[in-house]
Design a protein around this ligand. Structure first.
Ligand code: PLP
Ligand code: TYF
Length: 400
């Protein structure tokens, strides 16, 4: 009976790593998946994570089931990290926080909440966006449509298009926003633009839904990267925020994150939380403990917290250095007069190069540079030593 099952297509991002593994060329470079590498291009486990894990072993911590909503100490610190501990939404207990299976699982739980309590409501997602957003809402049976975001002509934000599309959406839609370091565009609204986006969302009674996968990883500052979310929270709006610790604590495989729902009263938050638990229970029962304990230990301990901030700055700094070196290499080598400054303006882990599908194919087939077909490269997978090679590959592919 399984004879009728057809082959599923590979994931456009995670599938790139599989193709990379199968390539035996020495020059090969994996700039597909957004995962931090050292200058030697090796995976990196943060020192604070090792310290937290050692503490956990020393304390002889157990592996009992967590409650459905996750580890209480984790839920407390994760909401405080996001909003700031003295934020009224925290003080007034207006946030329903539930530990999720990293960013993806937290988004999926929120999608299930939307499907159940806002039947027919649409989610607006940016064009382009992280590929999995569409899968998540499709699988949750939540209708979605796109709003304009990236303008290839300016290699910048199509702010007027974005505002017009949010305005034109049916009243009471959910607007999915990347909290910082937009994936894949690498372009964020300015604080003034965020205010205008909030104005339109309020006017239209929409509900903002933030995806925060890079807090601290974009600018190196946890507070600065949460600025967009806090700006909306300060207006007293209801909002959804999914968090991930994959990047900022390098806990990719631990699957640790959270969904936060900011409500207008503590009472509503308690009710929303009870419903999130009801949705989680038949899906996975309760979340994993290991990553939750690591986060609770690191964020909850002033020394480890400071060490974490230093390590995050180091990671964000390394990415900024390769960004600069790539720009310098491209500018020096390219004789066509093309303006490469967009690379410096983009923030976060990625650069959205503007290479089209055929050109991206050339990068891979001729140069063994693995990247997604939308022209995105992960700078976290690049070293200073490989910038010249990558610049040659990009110039060749652009003028191909
Ligand atoms: N959302 C965005 C925009 C991302 O880039 C990512 C990847 O880091 C995620 C969500 C979720 O990743 P994870 O499920 O590993 O937390
Ligand atoms: O965009 C990226 O590369 C990261 C990592 O299903 C990622 O966000 C990619 C695909 C996926 C989960 C995470």
């Amino acid at each position: 009976r399984f004879e009728g099952v057809t082959m599923a297509p590979p994931d456009p991002i995670l599938g790139v790593s599989e193709a990379f593994k199968a390539d035996n060329d020495e020059k090969k470079l994996n700039l597909g998946v957004g995962a931090y590498r050292t200058e030697e291009l090796q995976p990196y486990v943060l020192d604070v994570v090792k310290k937290a894990e050692n503490l956990m072993v020393e304390r002889g911590e157990n592996k009992e089931y967590l409650p459905i909503e996750g580890l209480a100490a984790f839920n407390k610190v994760t909401a405080e990290l996001l909003f700031g501990a003295s934020n009224p939404v925290i003080k007034e207990q207006r946030v329903a926080t539930v530990q999720g299976l990293s960013g993806t699982g937290s988004l999926r739980l929120a999608a299930a909440l939307i499907e159940r309590y806002f039947p027919g409501a649409k989610v607006l997602i940016s064009s382009p966006t992280w590929g999995n957003h569409k899968n998540i809402f499709n699988d949750a049976r939540v209708p979605w449509s796109e709003y304009r975001y990236y303008d290839p002509k300016t290699v910048g934000l199509d702010f007027d298009g974005m505002i017009a599309d949010i305005k034109a959406a049916p009243e009471g839609s959910f607007v999915l926003l990347h909290g910082c370091a937009h994936n894949p565009a690498g372009i964020d609204p300015t604080p003034e633009q965020w205010e205008k986006i909030a104005d339109v969302i309020q006017e239209k009674n929409h509900i903002p839904f933030f995806d925060v996968a890079y807090q601290g990883f974009a600018s190196g500052s946890l507070d600065a990267d949460a600025g967009s979310v806090r700006l909306f929270a300060a207006r007293g709006m209801e909002l959804l925020v999914a968090q991930s610790y994959s990047k900022n604590l390098g806990l990719y495989a631990e699957r640790i994150g959270a969904i936060n729902v900011v409500c207008t009263s503590a009472d509503a938050a308690a009710r929303v939380k009870s419903q999130l638990k009801r949705l989680a229970r038949p899906m996975y029962s309760n979340p994993p403990i290991h990553g939750a304990k690591i986060v609770a230990n690191v964020v909850g301990d002033p020394n480890l917290f400071n060490e974490w901030k230093a390590e995050m700055e180091m990671m964000a700094g390394r990415i900024k250095n390769v960004r600069k070196k790539l720009f310098d290499s491209l500018s020096a080598k390219d004789k066509s007069g093309k303006d490469w400054s967009f690379i410096l303006k983009q923030i976060g882990m990625f650069s959205f190069t503007g290479l089209n599908k055929a050109q991206s194919d050339n990068m891979t087939n001729k140069w063994h540079v693995y990247m997604t077909k939308d022209g995105r490269i992960s700078l976290a997978g690049l070293s200073l030593a490989k910038c010249e090679y990558l610049a040659d590959a990009i110039i060749d592919s652009f003028h191909n």
